[in-house]
Design a protein around this ligand. Structure first.
Ligand SMILES: Cc1cc2nc3c(=O)[nH]c(=O)nc-3n(C[C@H](O)[C@H](O)[C@H](O)COP(=O)(O)OP(=O)(O)OC[C@H]3O[C@@H](n4cnc5c(N)ncnc54)[C@H](O)[C@@H]3O)c2cc1C
Length: 250
């Protein structure tokens, strides 16, 4: 297997100040929705690589990545400057177990993300599998500002197509809006306000939860879900909560 394939940037669109959607053409192997690949750039003579989740569905040829520039971030400071026609290396084989085939059967699927970690959920929701497997799907997306809520058109399409099945619950932490919840996701799980907003109970009998993004949010959400009997999902010991951390807590 080749370690890297040459990719070509098709566009790199700034959504808001620090959020970017990158489209790349690259001949990679088939992948499963929710997986990630590695991107690599030669920066000052050194090959720097980072993992990024695919936002496109496995059936879409064009690779899509959603990222934010991290202050003093070695990779994203360069990634954000790429333009149409630039080269980027892409690992041809996707990795990761943050996929629906790792999630046990249940009635309801809860997908909880912070920031750019909505990406793998968009990929998953673009496939038929979640809609065939679950009777209700709740997508929870936490951001700082309402303007950070990207992918609204795609999400609206899910709502139009599956109005009975699909519920979107946005969280905006830095200011009040007339549509989003304002607090933090773990607190809203704990005090029941997330369930109230979604009109659905979170419990071990009916729920599977996938959580992606900020490690602090994942840790706290896991703790409050744990208190309600929703346990970590492991291959050797199936449970209810499947997670993907985008970085390590310092
Ligand atoms: C499996 C996996 C999939 C990932 N998929 C994505 C993705 O689709 N989109 C995406 O934006 N990122 C994703 N990441 C994170 C990504 O790989 C990089 O870590 C991130 O883009 C920062 O890279 P950097 O070199 O600019 O910053 P670095 O120099 O690596 O990090 C600088 C500091 O910022 C922290 N940090 C890293 N990422 C963030 C962040 N997003 N917000 C705040 N602090 C951060 C690090 O802990 C570190 O302390 C993924 C990570 C993993 C493990």
């Amino acid at each position: 297997m080749r370690e890297w394939v040459e990719g070509r940037v098709v566009d790199n669109v700034r959504h808001t100040g620090e959020l970017f959607v990158l489209h790349v053409e690259a001949d990679i192997e088939p992948f499963r929705a929710g997986q990630f690949t590695k991107l690599a750039l030669n920066i000052d003579g050194e090959l720097i690589t980072r993992p990024y989740s695919m936002v496109n569905s496995p059936s879409e040829q064009m690779l899509e990545f959603y990222f934010n520039t991290v202050p003093n971030g070695d990779f994203t400071s360069r990634l954000s400057k790429l333009q149409d026609g630039d080269d980027i290396l892409v690992a041809p084989e996707a990795s990761g177990t943050f996929t629906l085939d790792e999630v046990p059967e249940a009635e309801h699927l809860w997908l909880m993300a912070t920031g750019t970690a909505i990406g793998p959920f968009i990929s998953i929701l673009k496939t038929d599998t979640p809609w065939e497997r679950f009777s209700r799907i709740v997508l929870v997306h936490g951001v700082r500002h309402a303007s950070d809520l990207n992918y609204q058109e795609t999400i609206a399409e899910f709502s139009v197509r599956e109005p009975e099945k699909f519920t979107m619950v946005p969280f905006v932490t830095r200011h009040e809006t007339d549509f989003a919840m304002t607090g933090r996701i773990p607190d809203a799980i704990k005090d029941g306000s997330l369930e109230q907003k979604a009109g659905l109970k979170l419990n071990p009998d009916s729920s599977q939860v996938m959580i992606c993004g900020n490690p602090g949010m994942i840790k706290e959400s896991k703790e409050v879900l744990n208190e309600r009997g929703l346990m970590k999902n492991l291959r050797r010991k199936p449970g209810h909560v499947t997670t993907e951390h985008y970085w390590q807590d310092d």
